[in-house]
Write a protein that binds this ligand. Sequence first.
Ligand code: HEC
Length: 190
Amino acid sequence: MKKSLVLALLLSGCATYGTETAQPRQVEESRNAAKALATRLGGTLKAEIGRNGPASAVGVCKEIAPQIAASLSRETGGKVGRVGTRVRNPKTGTPDAWEAKALATFDTRMKQGETPDTMELAEVVTEPSGKYLRYAKAVAVQPQCLACHGPSDSIPEGVKARLQAEYPMDRAIGYQAGELRGAIVVKRPL
Ligand code: HEC
């Protein structure tokens, strides 16, 4: 799809692919599911860091992040998850083709000065397995993410050790605050 068209769709708040138009209500539901994931996960992470520190929160994140995503998927009927521009958990965090395109679009728009806070993309796509509403919300790195995703010298030794043990293939470090970290994604059958 042409970039100008994607932009037009974003501005109009609904998504089209060919002749397909997503209902604004369906886009709103995906947006709410993405918000719920961010809120629940952020709250859990903050509480655990406060209670037991960031090294312990690595383990919690490993257990809890997929659980929250799975329960939201059950509640909303769409598949809710997170993908990264660089990936920590390759099983769940690797973007597929549509998600990679969304991340590339977000990256370009951020370079043009747009804030990631409200940045999203929604599109109806037909895949071999059926028709879906694909949705992505940009996720930027905040200062509190740096203990686990920042440059090496901002990551406490205990966190480094946990990350190496749990995620030997980890590529999701070296981020600066304000950079694009990834997206919360929702894939909903239509
Ligand atoms: C306590 C350490 C910790 C903090 C703080 C933290 N993360 Fe993570 N992050 C993790 C772990 C561990 C995973 C892998 C979770 C899994 O296995 O599903 C992860 C995965 C992710 C992913 C999924 C993609 C991937 O690489 O697997 C995104 C997106 C993400 N984090 C964004 C953030 C953002 C944004 C913040 C700050 C608001 C943040 N994280 C703060 C530990 C942390």
